[in-house]
Design a protein around this ligand. Structure first.
Ligand code: ADP
Ligand code: ZN
Length: 731
């Protein structure tokens, strides 16, 4: 820890805790002293809380009452650059520091005493009787030289019962030692052979590797159609980081994708990397957190919160599928992992690679403006080519009522079945039917607590609210007019589409991939692997299937409702639809068989649909960019959403109106304020929601103005205020 400031026992230190207080607290450094950045346990009232030594104490607290740090935790102190990163991230997202620190210490059992386990080494003694089994155990130890093993590992490796090992301990032939439970990750070897890269790929890989070797900050957009080898390319950037002795982080948008990715890392570097996501066990998460801090995990694969791990020397961050909306955390601390990755990299002189087939407009614009480097992979690897894309004009298709698969699409599916290939039908709607309506009075079944319609989920025989998760049985009697037996489902959900597909092709094997049909990430992963092996003829999927799964036998994609994303009032609706449709279409024809994508639409002349079909992405982006620029909205202007909520609607509006009257700090920076107005989702879990939108010019000090604007507010009762800088979705 050379160069790190040290506080002697009894010296005053300022501690940042995870408790909701708006200042540092003064304590005395404990016996033995502590480093700046040390993770500590401190007394707060009657409790013990977690904190970090943030600097010298302010000294304004009565020294007679000053209490001591209870103890220093057995983990590497927080690095200065991490403290600065958390500070900047807090300022950017207008998040209080304690919440930021909670995000950075979200490892179970961090404050547990260092946990130990027994390991065995060769002892001085010789066994009284040398049996075959005993000899095997001693041979294993000899074979592995200086290594030590737990009793269970040793018994397994020597193929003996645990009692044999116990016997050898008793006789002194094996010696017991205590060793820390959290062990380093296996070494990753960048010198193992990589795949033979194509010229295109090699050029991109070399450019990324050069960036990593420079040891400086830089961000690169790595753009390439699905299957062009982006992953192969950025794994070479990872290799460059490993060679430079620095750590790398790969963010993936979906846990279900990690399994395939781990296998590829193992094939390239000879061992599996560390994993950080909600599917990992508590023990595993604690191990990752600790080892990352000691530099004993070279590569971490993770979800967005992995950005807040205490890396010792992070040299590279990959954000795969950078446009994915799941990078935006929508509750608690509202941050966009893509933007935070760039911030963090800038603070630790690391490189960022943003990989996507369909980048976000923000990233595209940053590359246009020369802020990011841009590398393009123009063709798909090997024989695979992009699928042919066509619109199916639904105005001229003959469909029976309550069916959604057009004759054209049906014909294409039939052809795939005959050839033994797979078809994928895409419909981004979970459940059986989005609406349940009374055919007598026309009333729709809505959630009692939210401003949302209840969605029928037939597999669980209930209606469900997708806002709050509340469920209830499908009513026999209309809740509104009390007529019996008239409730009917309207519109298609993925489950209803499955029924239709089954009746069209009763002999086909049909698989439904929807997040709520799987109990766990593991179950979903298994199912995806089975499908990839060919254990389904027709796959029906929601948003879930748009992301990077590999289905080699898939040659047809049918988009049931290409218009679905176009009608939203969201400023990103066109961009989202464009990305989603292209990603889905990218699923077809990954192997040697060419693919086809059919999009069912009632508006084939819509600019977004036309851009998707023409494949002319640059002109789509240019048009979209021009529109946003004219409107002064992101990425050419800045926005912030303020959501006020509470159980009393009048009180929520009163607060909103008071804020609108006192908008001096906003006017000073030339920002415009819209609202208060009911939020697009006006009620969730019985709480009313009211929204204010702030719009400012690109260079305006938006956060600082909002901080001054909201600071004087005192929220009464159950009123809550949440600030969303750069809102992604307009809830
Ligand atoms: P992307 O990340 O752009 O979707 P991948 O890196 O996953 O593309 O590549 C798609 C498929 O092609 C993978 O199975 C990958 O292993 C294979 N592939 C890509 N480039 C090469 C190469 N140079 N040599 C061998 N296989 C490759
Ligand atoms: Zn609800």
């Amino acid at each position: 820890m050379s160069g790190q400031e040290f506080f002697q026992a009894g010296e005053r230190v300022g501690v940042q805790t995870t408790q909701p207080l708006d200042r540092l607290l003064d304590y005395r450094a404990p016996e033995g002293g502590c480093f700046l950045g040390a993770y500590v346990e401190v007394p707060l009232g009657p409790r013990k809380v977690l904190g970090v030594v943030w600097g010298p104490g302010a000294g304004d607290f009565d020294s007679a009452k000053l209490r001591s740090v209870i103890r220093v935790l057995d983990v590497a102190p927080m690095r200065t650059e991490m403290r600065q990163f958390l500070g900047k991230a807090a300022d950017y997202t207008l998040t209080p520091m304690p919440a930021m620190l909670r995000l950075a210490t979200r490892a179970p059992g961090l404050s547990d005493p260092p946990s130990m386990r027994k390991i065995l080494r060769r002892g001085e003694g010789t066994p009284d009787r040398m049996t075959d089994a005993r000899r095997r155990v001693l041979e294993v130890l000899e074979q592995y030289g200086g290594l030590a093993f737990t009793p269970r590992e040793l018994a397994d490796m020597a193929d003996v019962t645990p009692s044999v090992v116990k016997g050898l301990v008793k006789q002194g032939a094996l010696r017991e030692e205590e060793a820390p439970r959290d062990t380093p990750y296996p070494h990753l070897d960048p010198e193992l052979p990589s795949k033979q890269l194509t010229e295109d790929q090699a050029r991109a890989a070399a450019a990324l590797a050069e960036g990593v070797r420079s040891g400086r900050y830089g961000t690169t957009l790595l753009k390439g159609v699905t299957g062009s080898g982006k992953t192969e390319v950025y794994l070479e950037a990872v290799a460059a980081a490993l060679r430079a002795g620095r750590q790398a982080l790969v963010l993936l948008p979906e846990i279900a994708l990690t399994a395939e990715f781990l296998t590829r890392v193992e094939a390239r570097f000879g061992a599996k990397p560390a994993e950080w996501h909600s599917g990992a066990t508590m023990t595993e998460r604690r191990r990752v957190w600790k080892m990352v801090g000691q530099g004993a995990a070279q590569l971490v694969i993770g979800a967005r919160s992995a950005l807040f791990l205490p890396f010792r020397d992070l040299g590279l961050i990959i954000v795969d599928e950078e446009h994915d909306t799941s990078y935006k955390q929508e509750d608690g601390v509202l941050y966009n992992a893509r933007d935070m990755a760039v911030l963090r990299a800038a603070m630790c002189s690391a490189q960022v690679v943003l990989a996507s087939a369909t980048p976000s407009l923000e990233t595209w614009a940053n590359a246009e403006a020369g802020k990011y480097q841009r590398l393009d992979l123009t063709s798909r690897f090997g024989a695979s080519v992009l699928p042919e894309m066509r619109a199916v004009d639904m105005r001229s298709e003959d469909l029976l009522p309550s069916t959604w698969i057009s004759p054209t699409l049906k014909q294409a599916m039939k052809l795939r079945l005959e050839r033994g290939e797979q078809s994928l039908l895409f419909l981004n709607r979970r459940g059986f039917a989005p609406v349940t309506i009374c055919r007598a009075c026309g009333a729709q079944v809505a959630c009692d607590h939210c401003d949302a319609r209840m969605v029928e989920h037939r597999f669980m025989k209930r209606l469900m609210c997708h806002q709050c998760g509340e469920t209830k049985p499908v009513p026999e009697v209309c809740p509104s007019c009390e007529v019996e037996g008239k409730m009917a489902p309207v519109g298609p959900g993925i489950e209803r589409l499955a029924e239709e597909a089954t009746s069209l092709f009763p002999e086909a094997r049909i698989a439904v991939l929807s997040s709520d049909l799987f109990g766990s990430a593991r179950a979903l992963k298994t199912r995806i692997e089975e499908i990839a092996k060919g254990e389904a003829d027709i796959i029906l999927g929601t948003q879930l299937v748009a992301k990077g799964h590999n289905f080699p036998m898939l040659t047809l994609v049918g988009v049931i409702d290409a218009d679905l994303g176009l009608q939203g009032s969201d400023l990103r609706a066109a961009e989202r639809t464009f990305q989603l449709m292209r990603q889905v279409a990218g699923r077809a024809g990954r192997a040697e068989r060419p693919g086809e994508a059919l999009m069912q639409t009632f508006q084939p002349e819509h600019p977004v649909i036309r851009a998707i079909l023409s494949g002319d992405e640059e002109s789509f982006w240019k048009a979209e960019a021009a529109e946003r620029q004219a409107a002064g909205v992101p990425p050419y202007g800045r926005m912030a959403g303020i959501i006020l909520s509470g159980s009393d609607l009048a009180a929520v509006f009163d607060l909103g109106n008071a804020m609108a009257r006192n908008d001096g700090p906003l006017r000073q920076i030339g920002a415009q304020l819209f609202g208060p107005a009911p939020a697009p989702i006006a009620r969730v879990r019985g709480r009313h929601r009211v929204r204010l939108l702030v719009k400012a010019a690109k260079g305006a000090p938006l956060q600082e103005a909002i901080a001054r604007w909201t600071a004087p507010l005192r929220l009464k009762g159950d009123l809550r205020l949440s600030i969303d800088i750069d809102p992604q979705s307009f809830f």
